[in-house]
Design a protein around this ligand. Structure first.
Ligand SMILES: Cc1cc2nc3c(=O)[nH]c(=O)nc-3n(C[C@H](O)[C@H](O)[C@H](O)COP(=O)(O)OP(=O)(O)OC[C@H]3O[C@@H](n4cnc5c(N)ncnc54)[C@H](O)[C@@H]3O)c2cc1C
Length: 514
């Protein structure tokens, strides 16, 4: 059995950045279930937010983040996020992330619901790829030990303190145990819950399930962000058409070529993601279609090809010249706002267990994430975890500056449904998309909750990566569904057609724990 100071699970921005800092403090092992760059990070297009522009300030970034969070942010965590952003950006520049520049200055763009241009990008719309490549090269040159094709399967806890983690060697099928002082989960999101999603195959909610099974608190799971604009072509996996395209002037039109966002929201095409996603669903239904069209043909072609080279090329490869014709788009599941509950130091309720990145929920996104705050969250809280662990292990009381009280629940006991389809990834994705998707209601949610509970009881013991991932999706899917059933209102990304209003009595958080 091997003993490390830090074991970090995951090799996206959260895992790699945290590992690079941890390396200066002790022995580090990264475990990752695929190759180093199998992650969501490399797909990030728009960029990373930081108030570094002349006419911007952390205060404005703070206000925008709080407004997007719709009453459920953690004030302290958001302050930390926006105040520490500029210095973390400087770290990324030092690590070699090649942010785009204009006349020697970092170039900043605007995205929906940001009140100033504050999005740094790299390679135009290839920000995540540049970050992943830069950080993985750094990790290799820093000789950080890394095990690829190792899937974390169980967190070892003794007397309330983390001991280590068990992992499946996906090549041999054997299980190994790695002991550590600090276990850091950086396992990303769970977009694979949904039939239409923008996420990498690795986004199967593993960290949330591992932490939940170990006794950690899971919070805000009902808030799943659906990105309004993904390329909608038959037989093509949804491909993200970044928010920045609308930031640069792109407009949405219906199947009849008419603009429709001004009639749904005062901010029109730059309204928050959930509003735009629902508006597309309503407008498509109204016009008897299954999509909308994002039009950039009025922009100078060079703006499109230089600002969005990746999107331009991808569409061209699929027979669509976006400088000449509109882009067919539809919403898809994109980002998990909830996750493993942490305080502002990345600590969970289990001593020695930390979480960072999309799998964690420090409270910066509330009920809805402001675009480009997630890459930022990973670096800000990754740094804080290392600061915390170098100051000693004694847990600090969790901060109490959250908007809204927290209410603890356990997963409800459900009648095992008699006729359920056999569990499989595609059936689960259909179920979640249809019943726990953009527009939800009690009947659909109850049906999904019953089916998921039946599956949880009937699934055989996992033995390989696909079976572990299916188990994790079932547990994570239950957490999303049960929280969505409990929240009898609409807020942020969570919309209930049977409770369409935001209710003051629901300004509270749902925590699920064993
Ligand atoms: C298409 C797309 C575009 C986006 N654009 C932006 C953007 O412009 N700006 C922005 O801020 N955010 C954006 N996001 C969100 C952002 O990319 C992610 O939230 C962020 O990259 C998450 O980083 P992470 O390190 O937490 O997770 P990931 O990058 O997903 O990495 C997770 C890692 O954990 C590993 N892992 C998972 N489970 C296990 C296990 N059981 N055992 C071992 N390893 C495991 C995975 O293999 C992977 O290495 C975008 C997301 C997508 C999908």
């Amino acid at each position: 059995m091997k003993q490390y100071d830090y074991v970090i699970v995951g090799s996206g921005i959260a895992g790699l950045y945290t590992a690079l800092l941890a390396k200066k403090q002790g022995s580090v092992l990264i475990i990752t279930k695929g190759s180093i760059d199998d992650c969501n990070t490399k797909y990030a297009q728009g960029g990373i937010a930081a108030a570094i522009g002349k006419n911007d300030s952390p205060e404005t970034h703070f206000k925008d983040t709080i407004a997007a969070g719709d009453g459920l942010c953690n004030i302290e965590a958001v302050r930390i996020l926006v105040n520490e952003a500029p210095v973390r950006i400087a770290d990324l520049v030092d690590f070699g992330v090649p942010f785009d520049t204009v006349d020697g200055e970092i170039s900043l763009t605007l995205e929906a619901a940001h009140s100033a241009p504050r999005i740094l990008h790299a390679g135009g719309d290839a920000t995540g790829e540049h970050m992943e490549v830069t950080l993985s090269k750094r990790s290799r040159s820093s000789k950080i030990q890394m095990l690829e094709d190792y899937l974390a399967t169980e967190i070892m806890v003794e007397k309330g303190i983390v001991k280590g983690v068990k992992a499946l060697d996906c090549r041999t099928g054997s299980i190994e145990q790695f002991d550590c002082r600090y276990l850091i989960l950086a396992t990303g999101g769970a977009g694979q819950l949904y039939k239409f999603n923008t996420n990498s195959d690795v986004a199967t909610g593993d960290g949330v399930t591992l932490a939940f099974n170990a006794g950690a608190e899971i919070i805000d799971m009902e808030f799943f962000q659906f990105h309004p604009t993904t390329l909608h072509l038959p037989g093509v996996t949804p491909f993200l058409i970044s928010e920045a395209v609308r930031g640069e002037g792109g407009v949405l039109r219906n199947v009849d070529g008419q603009r429709f966002m001004p009639k749904y929201a005062p901010e029109a095409d730059l309204a928050p993601r959930d509003v735009v996603a629902r508006s597309i669903v309503y407008e498509a239904k109204r016009t008897g279609s299954d999509r909308a069209f994002l039009d950039v043909t009025h922009l100078p072609p060079y703006v499109i090809t230089t600002r969005f080279p990746h999107i331009y090329r991808f569409c061209l490869d699929h027979g669509l010249d976006i400088t000449k014709g509109p882009i067919p788009v539809a919403p898809a599941a994109h980002y998990m706002m909830g996750g493993i509950k942490t305080n502002s130091w990345g600590e969970t309720n289990i001593a020695g267990l930390f979480a960072v990145g999309e799998t964690a929920c420090a409270g910066v996104h509330g009920a809805n994430r402001l675009a480009s705050n997630s890459l930022l969250e990973a670096v800000v809280f990754g740094k804080r975890i290392i600061t915390r662990t170098t100051k000693g292990t004694k847990a600090e009381a969790s901060s109490n500056s959250t908007q809204g009280e927290e209410q603890r629940h356990s997963l409800s006991q459900r009648q095992v449904a008699e006729t359920v389809p056999p569990p499989s990834h595609s059936v689960l994705q259909e179920l979640l998309w249809d019943k726990v998707g953009i527009i939800r209601h009690k009947e659909g949610l109850t049906e999904a909750a019953d089916v998921l509970a039946s599956w949880q009881k009937s699934l055989p013991k996992p033995t390989d990566r696909p079976s572990y991932e299916l188990n994790n999706l079932v547990v994570t899917g239950r957490l999303v569904t049960e929280a969505a059933l409990l929240r009898e209102e609409s807020r942020g990304a969570h919309f209930r057609s049977d409770f369409p209003r935001t209710l003051p009595q629901w300004q509270r958080h749902i925590i699920l724990a064993r």
